[in-house]
Design a binder for this molecule. Structure first.
Ligand code: HGY
Ligand code: MN
Ligand code: MN
Length: 410
């Protein structure tokens, strides 16, 4: 890889131009999956992929692939990339570093006039975040055979729009089937989104696996009534039930397993009026651990807490599991290739497990997979102030390029 130079300036200009799309006042981005901003971002990627000489295909889930021929076209490709859909008020680095970093590796190979033995494919996955359409990791999930296309296309946002309608509306419902195919290896560069690397002043790490997680959607139904005359002992207050479960999730994570984390991130109250007892409350629970048994036990415990809270307050309830992705342990050889690339580039060999979910979790069921992390300053992510020092981004892309070239050399 020594004859390859990552052009940090070119990458920085591209990164800044890309993040003008859907930019928010506070310096973040608002590019939820299949939104107009997401379409504009996709259009920009297609232009850049084509300018870099890649042959571009879009599959029926809107996943975008850019292929660079190898000397031995008959061999399965090395695939690398990430996602460009964002949280509603998300950071500029989450996902984008992996897609534009992959493009920069291709540009650096073009600059060096170098063709790898294996073909290369870079990818931008649809709906990684799962904020507008659940479940998350939808595009990579169909690619890995976790969901069928019909299910994925039918998923609706809060306005009742389906994934299929929105793919058609923005012009990204491709013809290519979205299904597992022969891939040699998958690599994903991503910001860590936690404090580990930043606390240790490290620039890059190999990722050896990803937490498993469950998303629950809970509905409590009580009775709306007047906030004044209704006696306290005759109320059926859906928000009291929900609050009990929110507190239980926090308590549970203190004892359920040393790496267990739990979050209630979204709550809707109806009728949401200052002087009406809440009748319906819908909320979500996100439970994660590197150990699937810990996640399973936590889900069972939360289901019990929901039932107990409903009984105490006289509520009806429903609890649906929106998604369950198993913990992923990446392929030793693949992780070893990343560590060798780090060694070659002069970085201290560090590896860690990701608490954030990634498309790589599903690719891990298709082919040998590994990830590369670069630090998030103060561990911040899924917030507009998300930041990674530029020299760390370039370090990550350098390691990505070395790992990809090693894997693409026969
Ligand atoms: O939820 C996650 O960890 C990812 O950002 N979709
Ligand atoms: Mn991400
Ligand atoms: Mn994210």
């Amino acid at each position: 890889m020594d004859d390859l130079r990552i052009d940090g300036q070119r990458l920085r200009e591209r990164f800044d131009a890309f993040n003008e799309i859907g930019a928010t006042e506070a310096g973040g981005v608002d590019r939820p999956a299949l939104s107009d901003a997401n379409r504009e971002a996709r259009d920009r990627l297609l232009d850049w992929f084509e300018e870099a000489g890649l042959s571009v295909t879009v599959d029926e889930m809107g996943n975008i692939f850019g292929r660079r021929d190898g000397n031995r076209e008959c061999l399965p490709p090395v695939l690398f990339g990430s996602h460009v859909d964002s949280q509603y008020n998300g950071g500029r680095f989450d996902g984008v570093v992996g897609v534009l970093g992959a493009l920069e590796v291709v540009e650096s190979l073009n600059d060096a006039g170098r063709r790898t033995d294996r073909p290369l494919e870079i990818v931008s996955w649809t709906n990684e975040e799962g904020v507008r359409f659940q479940p998350d990791l939808l595009g990579s999930g169909v690619f890995a055979g976790k969901f069928d296309t019909e299910f994925a296309h039918s998923r609706e946002d809060q306005a009742g729009k389906t994934v299929e309608e929105e793919l058609e509306r923005i012009g990204y419902k491709g013809d290519r089937p979205c299904e597992p195919r022969d891939i040699h290896r998958y690599f994903e560069l991503h910001v860590e989104q936690g404090p580990y690397l930043d606390d240790r002043d490290l620039s890059v790490a190999a990722v050896e696996g990803v937490f498993g997680f469950s998303w629950l959607e809970v509905t409590f139904e009580g009775k709306a009534d007047h906030a004044g005359p209704t006696p306290m002992d005759s109320r059926q207050d859906a928000l009291v039930g929900a609050s009990d479960v929110v507190a239980a999730v926090r308590r549970l994570t203190a004892t359920g397993g040393d790496d267990l984390v739990g979050t209630v991130g979204s709550v809707d109250v109806w009728p949401d009026s200052i002087n009406v007892i809440p009748e319906v409350v819908e909320f979500t629970v996100d439970l994660r651990s590197a150990d699937d048994a810990v996640v399973d036990a936590a889900v069972e415990r939360v289901r019990d807490e929901i039932e107990w809270a409903a009984t105490r307050e006289g509520l009806d309830y429903d609890c649906e599991e929106l998604m369950r992705v198993d913990a992923a342990t990446f392929d030793d050889d693949c992780v070893g290739t990343v560590l060798a690339a780090m060694r070659e580039a002069g970085y201290e060999e560090t590896q860690l497990t990701s608490g954030a979910g990634h498309d790589a979790s599903y690719l891990n069921d298709v082919c040998p997979t590994a990830m590369i992390f670069v630090p998030s300053v103060d561990g911040v992510s899924h917030r507009e102030s998300e930041f990674t020092e530029w020299e760390d981004v370039v370090a990550g892309v350098d390691v990505l390029g070395r790992a990809v070239v090693k894997s693409a050399t026969v």
